[in-house]
Ligand binder design. Structure first.
Ligand SMILES: Nc1ncnc2c1ncn2[C@@H]1O[C@H](COP(=O)(O)OP(=O)(O)OP(=O)(O)O)[C@@H](O)[C@H]1O
Ligand SMILES: [Mg+2]
Length: 603
Protein backbone atom coordinates (compact mmCIF):
# COMPACT_ATOMS: atom_id res chain seq x y z
CA UNK A 1 0.00 0.00 0.00
CA UNK A 2 1.80 3.06 -1.22
CA UNK A 3 0.68 6.62 -0.70
CA UNK A 4 -0.13 8.46 -3.85
CA UNK A 5 2.47 11.12 -3.20
CA UNK A 6 6.24 11.45 -3.02
CA UNK A 7 7.88 10.87 -6.33
CA UNK A 8 10.70 8.38 -6.09
CA UNK A 9 13.35 10.55 -7.61
CA UNK A 10 15.42 12.58 -5.18
CA UNK A 11 14.65 16.23 -4.92
CA UNK A 12 18.22 17.46 -4.84
CA UNK A 13 17.83 21.14 -4.28
CA UNK A 14 15.09 23.57 -3.51
CA UNK A 15 12.62 23.61 -6.31
CA UNK A 16 11.55 27.20 -6.77
CA UNK A 17 8.88 26.10 -9.19
CA UNK A 18 6.44 25.64 -6.34
CA UNK A 19 7.08 29.17 -5.17
CA UNK A 20 6.18 30.44 -8.60
CA UNK A 21 3.02 28.39 -8.51
CA UNK A 22 1.58 30.14 -5.49
CA UNK A 23 2.79 33.61 -6.40
CA UNK A 24 -0.28 34.52 -8.49
CA UNK A 25 -2.52 33.72 -5.53
CA UNK A 26 -0.71 36.26 -3.37
CA UNK A 27 -1.27 39.25 -5.58
CA UNK A 28 -4.89 39.51 -4.69
CA UNK A 29 -4.04 41.94 -1.87
CA UNK A 30 -1.33 44.16 -3.28
CA UNK A 31 -1.80 46.98 -0.75
CA UNK A 32 -1.68 44.67 2.23
CA UNK A 33 1.53 43.16 0.98
CA UNK A 34 3.05 46.61 0.44
CA UNK A 35 2.16 47.69 3.99
CA UNK A 36 3.46 44.43 5.43
CA UNK A 37 6.76 44.96 3.61
CA UNK A 38 6.97 48.50 4.91
CA UNK A 39 6.48 47.24 8.45
CA UNK A 40 9.15 44.67 7.82
CA UNK A 41 11.73 47.22 6.71
CA UNK A 42 10.97 49.47 9.69
CA UNK A 43 11.25 46.52 12.07
CA UNK A 44 14.65 45.66 10.73
CA UNK A 45 15.93 49.24 10.86
CA UNK A 46 14.69 49.52 14.44
CA UNK A 47 16.28 46.26 15.46
CA UNK A 48 19.62 47.23 13.95
CA UNK A 49 19.40 50.57 15.70
CA UNK A 50 18.68 48.98 19.08
CA UNK A 51 22.28 47.93 19.90
CA UNK A 52 23.40 51.53 19.32
CA UNK A 53 21.10 52.76 22.07
CA UNK A 54 22.50 50.04 24.26
CA UNK A 55 26.02 51.20 23.50
CA UNK A 56 25.13 54.81 24.37
CA UNK A 57 23.60 53.72 27.65
CA UNK A 58 26.68 51.72 28.62
CA UNK A 59 29.07 54.47 27.59
CA UNK A 60 27.12 57.11 29.51
CA UNK A 61 27.03 54.88 32.57
CA UNK A 62 30.73 54.26 32.18
CA UNK A 63 31.47 57.97 32.03
CA UNK A 64 29.13 58.49 34.98
CA UNK A 65 30.92 56.06 37.21
CA UNK A 66 34.18 57.79 36.36
CA UNK A 67 32.68 61.18 37.27
CA UNK A 68 30.20 60.59 40.14
CA UNK A 69 29.75 64.26 41.08
CA UNK A 70 28.08 65.40 37.88
CA UNK A 71 24.44 64.56 38.58
CA UNK A 72 23.09 66.15 35.39
CA UNK A 73 24.44 63.22 33.42
CA UNK A 74 22.24 60.73 35.25
CA UNK A 75 19.24 62.03 33.33
CA UNK A 76 20.74 61.11 29.99
CA UNK A 77 20.83 57.32 30.49
CA UNK A 78 17.23 57.47 31.77
CA UNK A 79 16.10 59.03 28.50
CA UNK A 80 18.18 56.48 26.61
CA UNK A 81 16.71 53.62 28.61
CA UNK A 82 13.24 54.91 27.81
CA UNK A 83 14.16 55.14 24.13
CA UNK A 84 15.47 51.59 24.31
CA UNK A 85 12.16 50.38 25.72
CA UNK A 86 10.22 52.28 23.09
CA UNK A 87 12.22 50.91 20.17
CA UNK A 88 11.89 47.39 21.57
CA UNK A 89 8.14 47.81 21.84
CA UNK A 90 7.86 49.22 18.35
CA UNK A 91 9.77 46.25 16.95
CA UNK A 92 7.27 43.85 18.48
CA UNK A 93 4.22 45.91 17.54
CA UNK A 94 5.41 46.38 13.94
CA UNK A 95 6.03 42.65 13.67
CA UNK A 96 2.53 41.93 14.93
CA UNK A 97 0.98 44.38 12.50
CA UNK A 98 2.97 42.82 9.68
CA UNK A 99 1.81 39.30 10.66
CA UNK A 100 -1.80 40.39 10.90
CA UNK A 101 -1.67 42.12 7.53
CA UNK A 102 0.00 39.23 5.82
CA UNK A 103 -1.98 36.47 7.54
CA UNK A 104 -5.02 37.52 5.57
CA UNK A 105 -3.11 37.18 2.31
CA UNK A 106 -1.96 33.67 3.17
CA UNK A 107 -5.41 32.55 4.25
CA UNK A 108 -7.03 33.86 1.11
CA UNK A 109 -4.43 32.07 -1.00
CA UNK A 110 -5.04 28.83 0.90
CA UNK A 111 -8.79 29.20 0.43
CA UNK A 112 -8.45 29.78 -3.29
CA UNK A 113 -6.04 26.91 -3.79
CA UNK A 114 -8.05 24.57 -1.54
CA UNK A 115 -11.20 25.20 -3.54
CA UNK A 116 -9.36 24.81 -6.80
CA UNK A 117 -7.98 21.44 -5.76
CA UNK A 118 -11.38 20.29 -4.54
CA UNK A 119 -13.06 21.28 -7.80
CA UNK A 120 -10.29 19.63 -9.71
CA UNK A 121 -10.64 16.38 -7.78
CA UNK A 122 -14.30 16.30 -8.71
CA UNK A 123 -13.38 16.96 -12.32
CA UNK A 124 -11.05 13.98 -12.44
CA UNK A 125 -12.39 10.74 -13.85
CA UNK A 126 -13.83 7.79 -11.99
CA UNK A 127 -10.70 5.81 -12.68
CA UNK A 128 -8.58 8.23 -10.66
CA UNK A 129 -11.00 7.99 -7.76
CA UNK A 130 -11.15 4.23 -7.84
CA UNK A 131 -7.36 4.14 -7.69
CA UNK A 132 -6.79 6.78 -5.07
CA UNK A 133 -6.08 6.19 -1.40
CA UNK A 134 -8.40 8.48 0.49
CA UNK A 135 -6.20 8.65 3.59
CA UNK A 136 -3.02 9.45 1.68
CA UNK A 137 -4.81 11.95 -0.52
CA UNK A 138 -6.23 13.93 2.39
CA UNK A 139 -2.78 14.01 4.00
CA UNK A 140 -1.33 15.35 0.77
CA UNK A 141 -3.85 18.14 0.71
CA UNK A 142 -3.31 18.94 4.39
CA UNK A 143 0.43 19.01 3.98
CA UNK A 144 0.18 21.10 0.84
CA UNK A 145 -1.90 23.82 2.46
CA UNK A 146 0.14 23.94 5.64
CA UNK A 147 3.18 24.05 3.36
CA UNK A 148 1.86 27.23 1.78
CA UNK A 149 1.25 28.68 5.19
CA UNK A 150 4.75 27.84 6.35
CA UNK A 151 6.42 29.04 3.20
CA UNK A 152 4.71 32.40 3.46
CA UNK A 153 5.47 32.90 7.13
CA UNK A 154 9.11 32.00 6.99
CA UNK A 155 10.07 33.03 3.52
CA UNK A 156 8.72 36.52 3.92
CA UNK A 157 9.29 37.00 7.63
CA UNK A 158 12.36 35.03 8.40
CA UNK A 159 14.64 34.44 5.45
CA UNK A 160 14.33 37.77 3.65
CA UNK A 161 14.54 39.97 6.79
CA UNK A 162 17.43 37.95 8.16
CA UNK A 163 19.37 38.43 4.95
CA UNK A 164 18.54 42.13 5.09
CA UNK A 165 19.77 42.31 8.66
CA UNK A 166 22.98 40.46 7.86
CA UNK A 167 23.83 42.94 5.13
CA UNK A 168 23.13 45.92 7.40
CA UNK A 169 25.06 44.56 10.36
CA UNK A 170 28.11 43.51 8.36
CA UNK A 171 28.22 46.94 6.73
CA UNK A 172 27.95 48.69 10.08
CA UNK A 173 30.66 46.53 11.60
CA UNK A 174 32.93 47.20 8.66
CA UNK A 175 32.38 50.96 8.70
CA UNK A 176 32.62 51.40 12.47
CA UNK A 177 35.06 48.72 13.59
CA UNK A 178 37.09 47.71 10.61
CA UNK A 179 37.53 44.76 8.35
CA UNK A 180 38.20 42.07 10.95
CA UNK A 181 34.88 42.25 12.72
CA UNK A 182 33.03 42.28 9.42
CA UNK A 183 35.12 39.41 8.13
CA UNK A 184 34.62 37.14 11.15
CA UNK A 185 30.89 37.79 11.07
CA UNK A 186 30.63 37.16 7.37
CA UNK A 187 32.75 34.00 7.47
CA UNK A 188 30.84 32.54 10.38
CA UNK A 189 27.49 33.28 8.79
CA UNK A 190 28.52 31.88 5.44
CA UNK A 191 29.90 28.71 7.00
CA UNK A 192 26.83 28.44 9.20
CA UNK A 193 24.49 28.67 6.21
CA UNK A 194 26.64 26.33 4.14
CA UNK A 195 26.77 23.76 6.91
CA UNK A 196 23.03 24.03 7.54
CA UNK A 197 22.22 23.48 3.89
CA UNK A 198 24.70 20.63 3.58
CA UNK A 199 23.48 18.84 6.70
CA UNK A 200 19.86 19.44 5.80
CA UNK A 201 20.37 18.05 2.32
CA UNK A 202 21.95 15.00 3.89
CA UNK A 203 19.00 14.36 6.10
CA UNK A 204 16.26 15.10 3.54
CA UNK A 205 16.16 11.41 2.74
CA UNK A 206 15.25 10.55 6.35
CA UNK A 207 12.65 13.25 6.52
CA UNK A 208 11.06 12.04 3.32
CA UNK A 209 11.10 8.45 4.54
CA UNK A 210 9.38 9.55 7.75
CA UNK A 211 6.71 11.44 5.79
CA UNK A 212 6.17 8.51 3.52
CA UNK A 213 5.81 6.16 6.47
CA UNK A 214 3.38 8.63 7.99
CA UNK A 215 1.22 8.62 4.85
CA UNK A 216 1.33 4.85 4.54
CA UNK A 217 0.32 4.20 8.11
CA UNK A 218 -2.47 6.71 7.80
CA UNK A 219 -3.73 5.12 4.60
CA UNK A 220 -3.59 1.72 6.23
CA UNK A 221 -5.50 2.85 9.31
CA UNK A 222 -8.24 4.59 7.32
CA UNK A 223 -8.66 1.71 4.91
CA UNK A 224 -8.93 -0.66 7.83
CA UNK A 225 -11.50 1.47 9.66
CA UNK A 226 -13.59 1.91 6.51
CA UNK A 227 -13.71 -1.87 6.35
CA UNK A 228 -14.73 -2.23 9.99
CA UNK A 229 -17.45 -4.74 9.26
CA UNK A 230 -15.31 -6.90 7.01
CA UNK A 231 -12.64 -6.97 9.68
CA UNK A 232 -15.21 -8.26 12.17
CA UNK A 233 -16.75 -10.80 9.77
CA UNK A 234 -13.38 -12.47 9.51
CA UNK A 235 -12.22 -11.71 13.08
CA UNK A 236 -9.11 -10.16 11.60
CA UNK A 237 -8.58 -7.47 14.26
CA UNK A 238 -5.22 -8.93 15.16
CA UNK A 239 -4.14 -9.14 11.54
CA UNK A 240 -5.15 -5.52 11.00
CA UNK A 241 -3.41 -4.40 14.18
CA UNK A 242 -0.24 -6.17 13.15
CA UNK A 243 -0.30 -4.72 9.66
CA UNK A 244 -0.82 -1.26 11.16
CA UNK A 245 1.92 -1.81 13.70
CA UNK A 246 4.29 -2.82 10.95
CA UNK A 247 3.64 0.51 9.26
CA UNK A 248 4.07 2.28 12.57
CA UNK A 249 7.37 0.58 13.22
CA UNK A 250 8.66 1.68 9.82
CA UNK A 251 7.61 5.17 10.82
CA UNK A 252 9.34 4.80 14.18
CA UNK A 253 12.58 3.68 12.54
CA UNK A 254 12.44 6.54 10.08
CA UNK A 255 11.86 8.97 12.92
CA UNK A 256 14.85 7.68 14.88
CA UNK A 257 17.19 8.26 11.94
CA UNK A 258 15.51 11.59 11.42
CA UNK A 259 16.22 12.59 15.02
CA UNK A 260 19.86 11.52 14.93
CA UNK A 261 20.46 13.54 11.81
CA UNK A 262 18.79 16.51 13.48
CA UNK A 263 21.21 16.12 16.37
CA UNK A 264 24.15 16.33 13.97
CA UNK A 265 22.68 19.40 12.34
CA UNK A 266 21.99 21.28 15.56
CA UNK A 267 25.30 20.27 17.12
CA UNK A 268 27.31 21.56 14.15
CA UNK A 269 25.39 24.81 14.11
CA UNK A 270 25.99 25.37 17.82
CA UNK A 271 29.70 24.76 17.33
CA UNK A 272 29.98 27.36 14.57
CA UNK A 273 28.09 29.92 16.64
CA UNK A 274 30.26 29.27 19.69
CA UNK A 275 33.50 29.68 17.73
CA UNK A 276 32.29 32.87 16.04
CA UNK A 277 31.05 34.43 19.28
CA UNK A 278 34.27 33.61 21.11
CA UNK A 279 36.42 35.04 18.33
CA UNK A 280 34.39 38.24 18.09
CA UNK A 281 34.30 38.84 21.82
CA UNK A 282 38.00 38.05 22.23
CA UNK A 283 38.81 40.56 19.50
CA UNK A 284 36.47 43.15 20.99
CA UNK A 285 37.84 42.60 24.51
CA UNK A 286 41.42 43.10 23.33
CA UNK A 287 40.39 46.31 21.56
CA UNK A 288 38.70 47.56 24.72
CA UNK A 289 41.81 46.72 26.71
CA UNK A 290 43.90 48.69 24.22
CA UNK A 291 41.42 51.56 24.65
CA UNK A 292 40.57 51.47 20.94
CA UNK A 293 36.97 50.72 21.85
CA UNK A 294 34.62 51.68 24.63
CA UNK A 295 32.74 49.27 26.83
CA UNK A 296 29.64 50.29 24.90
CA UNK A 297 31.19 49.05 21.67
CA UNK A 298 31.84 45.69 23.31
CA UNK A 299 28.19 45.43 24.36
CA UNK A 300 27.05 46.55 20.89
CA UNK A 301 29.06 43.87 19.16
CA UNK A 302 27.76 41.25 21.53
CA UNK A 303 24.21 42.42 20.94
CA UNK A 304 24.65 42.34 17.16
CA UNK A 305 25.98 38.81 17.24
CA UNK A 306 23.12 37.58 19.41
CA UNK A 307 20.67 39.33 17.16
CA UNK A 308 22.13 37.78 14.04
CA UNK A 309 22.51 34.25 15.25
CA UNK A 310 19.13 33.99 16.90
CA UNK A 311 17.19 33.94 13.61
CA UNK A 312 20.01 31.95 12.02
CA UNK A 313 19.49 29.34 14.67
CA UNK A 314 16.19 28.69 12.98
CA UNK A 315 17.78 28.55 9.58
CA UNK A 316 18.45 24.81 9.40
CA UNK A 317 14.93 24.12 10.52
CA UNK A 318 13.49 26.76 8.22
CA UNK A 319 15.54 25.61 5.26
CA UNK A 320 14.42 22.03 5.70
CA UNK A 321 10.84 22.97 6.34
CA UNK A 322 10.77 25.26 3.35
CA UNK A 323 12.19 22.52 1.22
CA UNK A 324 9.59 20.16 2.61
CA UNK A 325 6.91 22.77 2.13
CA UNK A 326 7.92 23.31 -1.45
CA UNK A 327 7.80 19.56 -2.06
CA UNK A 328 4.38 19.39 -0.41
CA UNK A 329 3.10 22.32 -2.41
CA UNK A 330 4.40 20.68 -5.54
CA UNK A 331 2.54 17.53 -4.60
CA UNK A 332 -0.61 19.53 -4.15
CA UNK A 333 -0.16 21.25 -7.48
CA UNK A 334 0.72 17.87 -8.91
CA UNK A 335 -2.87 16.91 -8.18
CA UNK A 336 -3.95 19.95 -10.15
CA UNK A 337 -1.71 18.90 -13.00
CA UNK A 338 -3.41 15.53 -13.28
CA UNK A 339 -5.73 15.64 -16.23
CA UNK A 340 -9.01 13.82 -16.45
CA UNK A 341 -9.14 11.09 -19.05
CA UNK A 342 -12.71 11.99 -19.81
CA UNK A 343 -12.88 15.59 -20.94
CA UNK A 344 -15.23 17.87 -22.80
CA UNK A 345 -14.12 18.48 -26.36
CA UNK A 346 -13.10 22.12 -26.91
CA UNK A 347 -16.29 23.07 -28.75
CA UNK A 348 -18.63 20.84 -26.72
CA UNK A 349 -22.28 21.58 -27.32
CA UNK A 350 -25.15 21.19 -24.90
CA UNK A 351 -27.11 17.97 -25.25
CA UNK A 352 -30.46 18.93 -26.77
CA UNK A 353 -33.41 16.70 -26.08
CA UNK A 354 -36.39 18.66 -27.36
CA UNK A 355 -36.33 19.47 -31.05
CA UNK A 356 -37.42 22.94 -32.12
CA UNK A 357 -41.17 23.34 -32.01
CA UNK A 358 -41.60 19.82 -30.74
CA UNK A 359 -43.62 19.62 -27.56
CA UNK A 360 -43.86 15.92 -26.96
CA UNK A 361 -42.46 14.65 -23.66
CA UNK A 362 -40.27 11.79 -24.75
CA UNK A 363 -37.34 13.13 -26.59
CA UNK A 364 -34.46 10.83 -25.86
CA UNK A 365 -33.54 8.00 -28.14
CA UNK A 366 -30.31 6.18 -27.41
CA UNK A 367 -28.08 4.34 -29.86
CA UNK A 368 -25.12 2.18 -28.91
CA UNK A 369 -23.19 1.91 -32.13
CA UNK A 370 -20.71 -0.97 -32.27
CA UNK A 371 -18.92 0.02 -29.08
CA UNK A 372 -15.92 -1.68 -27.56
CA UNK A 373 -14.38 -0.92 -24.21
CA UNK A 374 -11.74 -2.20 -21.80
CA UNK A 375 -10.77 -0.91 -18.36
CA UNK A 376 -7.41 -2.47 -18.98
CA UNK A 377 -6.13 -2.85 -22.52
CA UNK A 378 -5.30 -6.48 -21.84
CA UNK A 379 -8.86 -7.44 -20.94
CA UNK A 380 -11.68 -6.37 -23.27
CA UNK A 381 -15.00 -6.06 -21.45
CA UNK A 382 -17.39 -4.79 -24.13
CA UNK A 383 -16.70 -6.41 -27.48
CA UNK A 384 -18.73 -4.66 -30.14
CA UNK A 385 -22.23 -3.96 -28.92
CA UNK A 386 -24.95 -2.30 -30.99
CA UNK A 387 -28.51 -1.68 -30.01
CA UNK A 388 -30.90 1.21 -29.85
CA UNK A 389 -33.60 2.42 -27.54
CA UNK A 390 -36.34 4.44 -29.15
CA UNK A 391 -37.61 7.51 -27.37
CA UNK A 392 -39.99 6.51 -24.58
CA UNK A 393 -39.14 2.83 -24.70
CA UNK A 394 -38.11 0.57 -21.88
CA UNK A 395 -35.21 -1.69 -22.73
CA UNK A 396 -33.83 -4.32 -20.41
CA UNK A 397 -30.33 -5.74 -20.28
CA UNK A 398 -29.86 -9.16 -18.72
CA UNK A 399 -26.98 -11.59 -18.58
CA UNK A 400 -24.67 -13.32 -16.18
CA UNK A 401 -22.67 -11.49 -13.56
CA UNK A 402 -19.58 -9.76 -14.95
CA UNK A 403 -20.86 -9.71 -18.52
CA UNK A 404 -20.54 -5.91 -18.65
CA UNK A 405 -24.03 -4.61 -17.91
CA UNK A 406 -23.05 -1.97 -15.37
CA UNK A 407 -20.15 -1.05 -17.61
CA UNK A 408 -22.64 -0.12 -20.34
CA UNK A 409 -24.27 2.28 -17.90
CA UNK A 410 -20.93 3.83 -16.97
CA UNK A 411 -20.23 4.36 -20.66
CA UNK A 412 -23.62 5.96 -21.22
CA UNK A 413 -23.01 8.29 -18.27
CA UNK A 414 -19.54 8.91 -19.68
CA UNK A 415 -17.59 7.88 -16.63
CA UNK A 416 -15.33 6.36 -19.26
CA UNK A 417 -14.91 6.97 -22.98
CA UNK A 418 -15.54 4.08 -25.36
CA UNK A 419 -12.51 2.68 -27.16
CA UNK A 420 -14.29 2.49 -30.50
CA UNK A 421 -17.79 3.02 -31.81
CA UNK A 422 -20.04 5.69 -30.37
CA UNK A 423 -23.06 6.29 -28.19
CA UNK A 424 -25.67 8.71 -29.44
CA UNK A 425 -28.57 10.38 -27.73
CA UNK A 426 -30.97 11.98 -30.20
CA UNK A 427 -28.34 11.73 -32.93
CA UNK A 428 -25.78 13.58 -30.81
CA UNK A 429 -22.56 11.77 -30.00
CA UNK A 430 -22.24 11.90 -26.21
CA UNK A 431 -18.49 12.45 -26.47
CA UNK A 432 -19.17 15.71 -28.33
CA UNK A 433 -21.58 17.24 -25.83
CA UNK A 434 -20.66 18.68 -22.43
CA UNK A 435 -20.54 16.15 -19.61
CA UNK A 436 -22.69 18.41 -17.49
CA UNK A 437 -25.53 18.60 -20.01
CA UNK A 438 -25.32 14.87 -20.64
CA UNK A 439 -25.50 13.99 -16.97
CA UNK A 440 -28.33 16.34 -16.08
CA UNK A 441 -30.54 14.34 -18.44
CA UNK A 442 -29.72 10.92 -17.06
CA UNK A 443 -30.97 9.58 -13.73
CA UNK A 444 -29.31 6.47 -12.38
CA UNK A 445 -30.36 4.21 -9.57
CA UNK A 446 -27.03 2.46 -9.12
CA UNK A 447 -26.32 -1.11 -8.19
CA UNK A 448 -24.73 -0.10 -4.89
CA UNK A 449 -26.15 3.07 -3.48
CA UNK A 450 -23.86 5.08 -1.26
CA UNK A 451 -25.36 7.84 0.85
CA UNK A 452 -23.92 10.94 2.49
CA UNK A 453 -23.53 10.86 6.25
CA UNK A 454 -26.45 13.22 6.62
CA UNK A 455 -30.20 13.11 7.31
CA UNK A 456 -32.61 11.04 5.23
CA UNK A 457 -34.30 14.21 4.05
CA UNK A 458 -31.08 15.80 2.83
CA UNK A 459 -30.06 12.60 1.13
CA UNK A 460 -33.27 12.53 -0.88
CA UNK A 461 -33.19 16.26 -1.55
CA UNK A 462 -29.70 15.78 -3.00
CA UNK A 463 -31.43 14.68 -6.21
CA UNK A 464 -32.47 18.29 -6.69
CA UNK A 465 -31.07 20.63 -4.03
CA UNK A 466 -33.55 23.35 -4.97
CA UNK A 467 -36.63 21.15 -4.53
CA UNK A 468 -39.24 22.22 -1.99
CA UNK A 469 -40.12 20.10 1.02
CA UNK A 470 -43.40 19.06 -0.62
CA UNK A 471 -41.61 17.86 -3.72
CA UNK A 472 -39.21 15.84 -1.59
CA UNK A 473 -42.10 14.31 0.33
CA UNK A 474 -43.83 13.40 -2.91
CA UNK A 475 -40.72 11.64 -4.20
CA UNK A 476 -40.45 9.81 -0.89
CA UNK A 477 -44.08 8.75 -1.22
CA UNK A 478 -43.53 7.50 -4.77
CA UNK A 479 -40.50 5.51 -3.72
CA UNK A 480 -42.54 3.83 -0.95
CA UNK A 481 -40.38 5.22 1.79
CA UNK A 482 -43.11 7.02 3.77
CA UNK A 483 -44.08 4.04 5.88
CA UNK A 484 -40.48 3.33 6.82
CA UNK A 485 -39.84 6.97 7.68
CA UNK A 486 -42.98 7.16 9.80
CA UNK A 487 -41.63 4.27 11.88
CA UNK A 488 -38.39 6.10 12.66
CA UNK A 489 -38.21 8.00 15.97
CA UNK A 490 -36.41 10.88 14.25
CA UNK A 491 -38.34 10.59 10.99
CA UNK A 492 -36.83 12.55 8.14
CA UNK A 493 -34.12 13.90 10.41
CA UNK A 494 -32.64 10.43 10.92
CA UNK A 495 -28.91 10.32 10.24
CA UNK A 496 -28.08 7.51 7.82
CA UNK A 497 -24.51 6.87 9.01
CA UNK A 498 -21.32 6.90 7.01
CA UNK A 499 -22.03 5.91 3.40
CA UNK A 500 -25.61 5.14 4.51
CA UNK A 501 -24.62 2.00 6.37
CA UNK A 502 -27.32 2.45 9.00
CA UNK A 503 -30.03 1.71 6.43
CA UNK A 504 -30.94 -1.69 5.06
CA UNK A 505 -30.03 -2.48 1.47
CA UNK A 506 -33.65 -2.12 0.33
CA UNK A 507 -34.09 1.16 2.19
CA UNK A 508 -30.99 2.56 0.58
CA UNK A 509 -32.27 1.52 -2.83
CA UNK A 510 -35.53 3.30 -2.18
CA UNK A 511 -33.68 6.47 -1.13
CA UNK A 512 -31.79 6.22 -4.42
CA UNK A 513 -35.06 5.85 -6.32
CA UNK A 514 -36.60 8.82 -4.51
CA UNK A 515 -33.54 10.91 -5.36
CA UNK A 516 -33.79 10.02 -9.01
CA UNK A 517 -37.51 10.74 -9.09
CA UNK A 518 -36.70 14.16 -7.69
CA UNK A 519 -34.02 14.74 -10.29
CA UNK A 520 -36.69 14.12 -12.90
CA UNK A 521 -34.52 13.33 -15.92
CA UNK A 522 -35.59 12.25 -19.40
CA UNK A 523 -33.47 9.11 -19.35
CA UNK A 524 -33.73 6.66 -16.50
CA UNK A 525 -31.34 3.86 -15.72
CA UNK A 526 -32.07 1.24 -13.10
CA UNK A 527 -29.13 -1.02 -12.34
CA UNK A 528 -30.55 -3.85 -10.25
CA UNK A 529 -32.64 -1.18 -8.61
CA UNK A 530 -34.93 -3.58 -6.83
CA UNK A 531 -32.55 -6.45 -6.19
CA UNK A 532 -32.52 -5.94 -2.42
CA UNK A 533 -36.29 -5.79 -2.05
CA UNK A 534 -38.75 -8.50 -1.06
CA UNK A 535 -41.29 -9.46 -3.72
CA UNK A 536 -44.05 -7.37 -2.14
CA UNK A 537 -42.05 -4.12 -1.98
CA UNK A 538 -40.58 -4.90 -5.35
CA UNK A 539 -44.01 -5.05 -6.95
CA UNK A 540 -45.01 -1.78 -5.32
CA UNK A 541 -41.83 -0.06 -6.44
CA UNK A 542 -42.00 -1.48 -9.94
CA UNK A 543 -45.40 0.08 -10.24
CA UNK A 544 -43.93 3.37 -9.09
CA UNK A 545 -40.98 3.03 -11.45
CA UNK A 546 -43.29 2.30 -14.36
CA UNK A 547 -45.31 5.33 -13.42
CA UNK A 548 -42.22 7.52 -13.37
CA UNK A 549 -40.75 5.96 -16.48
CA UNK A 550 -43.89 6.47 -18.48
CA UNK A 551 -43.07 8.56 -21.56
CA UNK A 552 -39.41 8.46 -20.68
CA UNK A 553 -36.62 6.39 -22.09
CA UNK A 554 -35.44 3.79 -19.64
CA UNK A 555 -32.71 1.21 -19.44
CA UNK A 556 -33.26 -1.48 -16.85
CA UNK A 557 -30.68 -3.99 -15.75
CA UNK A 558 -32.11 -6.93 -13.87
CA UNK A 559 -31.32 -10.39 -12.71
CA UNK A 560 -34.90 -11.23 -11.81
CA UNK A 561 -36.49 -11.63 -15.22
CA UNK A 562 -40.03 -11.34 -13.85
CA UNK A 563 -39.36 -7.62 -13.37
CA UNK A 564 -38.66 -6.92 -17.01
CA UNK A 565 -41.11 -9.09 -18.96
CA UNK A 566 -43.00 -5.99 -20.05
CA UNK A 567 -39.94 -4.40 -21.70
CA UNK A 568 -40.12 -3.30 -25.31
CA UNK A 569 -36.83 -5.00 -25.97
CA UNK A 570 -34.62 -7.32 -23.94
CA UNK A 571 -30.89 -7.53 -24.61
CA UNK A 572 -29.20 -10.71 -23.45
CA UNK A 573 -25.49 -10.20 -22.82
CA UNK A 574 -22.75 -12.71 -22.35
CA UNK A 575 -19.04 -11.94 -22.00
CA UNK A 576 -19.37 -8.45 -23.43
CA UNK A 577 -21.45 -9.45 -26.43
CA UNK A 578 -25.12 -9.52 -27.29
CA UNK A 579 -26.24 -13.10 -27.77
CA UNK A 580 -29.99 -12.61 -28.14
CA UNK A 581 -32.48 -9.81 -28.28
CA UNK A 582 -36.20 -9.35 -28.69
CA UNK A 583 -39.26 -9.03 -26.45
CA UNK A 584 -40.16 -11.60 -23.82
CA UNK A 585 -42.35 -13.73 -26.10
CA UNK A 586 -39.86 -13.69 -28.97
CA UNK A 587 -37.00 -14.70 -26.68
CA UNK A 588 -39.00 -17.53 -25.14
CA UNK A 589 -39.87 -18.78 -28.63
CA UNK A 590 -36.16 -18.70 -29.49
CA UNK A 591 -35.51 -21.42 -26.91
CA UNK A 592 -32.04 -19.98 -26.26
CA UNK A 593 -30.22 -18.62 -23.22
CA UNK A 594 -33.07 -16.35 -22.16
CA UNK A 595 -35.62 -19.11 -22.10
CA UNK A 596 -33.22 -21.27 -20.09
CA UNK A 597 -32.75 -18.49 -17.53
CA UNK A 598 -36.50 -17.97 -17.43
CA UNK A 599 -37.24 -21.61 -16.78
CA UNK A 600 -34.56 -21.76 -14.11
CA UNK A 601 -36.10 -18.79 -12.31
CA UNK A 602 -39.65 -20.09 -12.63
CA UNK A 603 -38.92 -23.43 -11.02
N1 LIG B 1 -13.00 -0.09 -12.65
C1 LIG B 1 -12.75 -1.31 -13.14
N2 LIG B 1 -11.50 -1.65 -13.47
C2 LIG B 1 -11.24 -2.86 -13.99
N3 LIG B 1 -12.16 -3.80 -14.20
C3 LIG B 1 -13.44 -3.52 -13.90
C4 LIG B 1 -13.80 -2.25 -13.34
N4 LIG B 1 -15.13 -2.26 -13.14
C5 LIG B 1 -15.59 -3.46 -13.55
N5 LIG B 1 -14.58 -4.22 -14.01
C6 LIG B 1 -14.69 -5.57 -14.60
O1 LIG B 1 -15.52 -5.50 -15.73
C7 LIG B 1 -16.34 -6.64 -15.84
C8 LIG B 1 -17.78 -6.21 -16.09
O2 LIG B 1 -18.24 -5.56 -14.92
P1 LIG B 1 -19.75 -5.06 -14.79
O3 LIG B 1 -19.84 -4.34 -13.50
O4 LIG B 1 -20.10 -4.31 -16.01
O5 LIG B 1 -20.53 -6.41 -14.74
P2 LIG B 1 -22.11 -6.64 -14.58
O6 LIG B 1 -22.55 -7.29 -15.83
O7 LIG B 1 -22.76 -5.40 -14.17
O8 LIG B 1 -22.13 -7.71 -13.40
P3 LIG B 1 -23.17 -7.84 -12.20
O9 LIG B 1 -24.36 -8.49 -12.73
O10 LIG B 1 -22.44 -8.71 -11.23
O11 LIG B 1 -23.41 -6.48 -11.68
C9 LIG B 1 -16.16 -7.41 -14.56
O12 LIG B 1 -15.42 -8.57 -14.85
C10 LIG B 1 -15.36 -6.50 -13.65
O13 LIG B 1 -14.43 -7.21 -12.91
MG1 LIG C 1 -23.58 -4.72 -12.45
Amino acid sequence: MRPSSYPDQEIRSINWQAFKLILPYLFEYKKRIAFAMLCLVFTKIASVYLPFILKDIVDTLDANSADKQNSALVIVPLALVAAYGLVRLSIVVLAEIRDTLFGRVTERAIRRIGLKVFRHLHALDLDFHLNRQTGGLSRDIDRGTSGINFLMRFMVFNIVPTLLEIVMVVTILFVNYGIWFALITLTSIVSYIAYSIFATEKRTRYVRAANQADSSSNTRAIDSLLNYETVKYFTNEEYEAQAYDQQLSTWEQAKIKNRLSLFALNGGQALIIAIAMTAMLALAASEVAKDNMTLGDFVLINAFMMQLFMPLNFLGFVYREIKGSLANIENLFGLLAKTAKVQDVPDATELRLAGPGDNSQNQASIVFNNITFAYNKKRPIIKGISFSINAGEKVAVVGQSGSGKSTLVKLLFRFYDVDSGDIQINQQDISKVSQHSLRTHIGIVPQDTVLFNDTLFNNVQYGCPTASKDEVLKAIELAHLSEFIASLPDGLATMVGERGLKLSGGEKQRVAIARTILKNPQILVFDEATSSLDSHSEQAILTAINEVAKNRTSLVIAHRLSTIVDSDNIIVMSHGEIVEQGNHQQLLALQGQYSKMWQLQQS
